[in-house]
Design a protein around this ligand. Sequence first.
Ligand SMILES: NC(=O)c1ccc[n+]([C@@H]2O[C@H](COP(=O)([O-])OP(=O)(O)OC[C@H]3O[C@@H](n4cnc5c(N)ncnc54)[C@H](O)[C@@H]3O)[C@@H](O)[C@H]2O)c1
Length: 133
Amino acid sequence: MKTIAVIGLGYIGLPTASLFATHGHKVIGVDVSERIVNTINRGEIHIEEPGLYTLAQAAVGSGNLRASLKPEISDVYIICVPTPVTKDKAADMTYVDDAVQSIVPLVKKGDLVILESTSPPGTTRDRIAPVVI
Ligand SMILES: NC(=O)c1ccc[n+]([C@@H]2O[C@H](COP(=O)([O-])OP(=O)(O)OC[C@H]3O[C@@H](n4cnc5c(N)ncnc54)[C@H](O)[C@@H]3O)[C@@H](O)[C@H]2O)c1
């Protein structure tokens, strides 16, 4: 089983992290919000989504999901941070860039980095790969 870091524990990241954890993977869920990290580590959730409370509680209760303010060395990194639309109708990539910087010191040869955040085509190839490889 792989160790998976899910960066950003919102509507996309928390269900993703919880699903992998309930299927036997070690998951480190990362968020910049201390409130969110503490809430999840208590086996509670900070967002409303049908079925998520039960799933996240099982994930944390299994010992496979732990939330943290900082990423840790993993085999797979899944980025699920916001990409809000700017005034000019472009994607604001600030959160993605910050998330990528947070994993740069950890990524090793053979790891998998997945960008789940809604982004312009080519972002993984042109913006992320040159930074993490
Ligand atoms: N929610 C949806 O239904 C949905 C659907 C399709 C696509 N998306 C896309 O998925 C992405 C995430 O959306 P969401 O709804 O999960 O957002 P969200 O706001 O619910 O969650 C994002 C989380 O990322 C955290 N975060 C921000 N910067 C961080 C960083 N540098 N390191 C760690 N955590 C950080 C925030 O504190 C927040 O908890 C966006 O690009 C969105 O467009 C969302």
